[in-house]
Design a protein around this ligand. Structure first.
Ligand code: 5RP
Ligand code: FE2
Length: 230
């Protein structure tokens, strides 16, 4: 499944299954897709790069069988190059690795692309955009982390908005109109419009979509409505 084109700056929604009900993961994932989610993000945490452990290859393989959508694996693991082939085999369509997690970022990106997947680079909140300079020609997506990675349900770090705007400006200035800017962490219907206005086109949200109180479809519609109104 190819990465969506963003020439018209459509905003994609990528619910993170981190906040789904893991005992009913297929049900929750399908509900999000039926409600118009464009991608699903699977947050893979190793307890080393981030202080939490989440899910891994078997969950990707199970979701691949359960849902027909773009599976976006956000790898929060050290030396992700050890596992990218396994995630591709499990059914990932897109893999994002952290610039801070690998010494050989270019080689890791090459591996992902050679596997036929699209590739993204994630930056932690304190990582400057300058680390992207030499890797932009090789990637499809930049993930701006708007929380410190490791947990769902954290508060959006406000300075992320200016970082997104600087990145969109830089991409426009250097001729990357199709690069996705994905934003992950603390995004909800309350702030999604300002995040999209700053230049993000690919929105990850976990706790704002998968809540026990209301169906995912309603929460996705609230986000779409906020995007339409801005
Ligand atoms: O990468 C992540 C955490 O490291 C998650 O994708 C993200 O936190 C989603 O959760 P929420 O929308 O609740 O902040
Ligand atoms: Fe994530």
């Amino acid at each position: 499944m190819p990465i969506g084109t963003i020439n018209n700056r459509d905003v994609l929604l990528a619910p993170s299954i981190l906040s789904a009900d893991f005992a009913n993961l297929g049900r929750d994932a399908n509900a999000a897709v039926a409600a118009g989610a464009d991608w699903l993000q699977i947050d893979v945490m190793d307890g080393v790069f981030v202080p939490n452990i989440s899910v891994g290859l078997p969950v990707v393989a199970s979701l691949r069988k359960a849902v027909n959508t773009t599976l976006d694996c956000h790898l929060m693991i050290v030396q992700p190059e050890r596992y990218v082939a396994d995630f591709a085999k499990a059914g990932a369509n897109h893999i994002t690795v952290h610039a801070e997690a690998t010494t050989h970022l270019h080689r890791t990106i090459q591996q992902i692309k050679q596997l036929g997947l699209t590739a993204g680079v994630a930056l932690n909140p304190a990582t400057p955009l300058g680390v992207l300079d030499e890797i932009l020609p090789y990637i499809d997506l930049v993930l701006i982390m708007s929380v410190n990675p490791g947990f769902g349900g954290q508060e959006y770090i406000q300075t992320s908005t200016a970082k997104i705007a600087r990145l969109r400006h830089l991409l426009d200035a250097h001729g990357y109109p199709d690069m996705h800017i994905q934003v992950d962490g603390g995004v909800s219907a309350r702030n999604v419009a300002e995040i999209a206005a700053a230049g993000a086109n690919n929105i990850v949200a976990g706790s704002a979509i998968f809540t026990p109180q209301r169906p995912a479809a309603e929460m996705i519609e609230l986000m779409r409505a906020a995007l339409r109104e801005h």
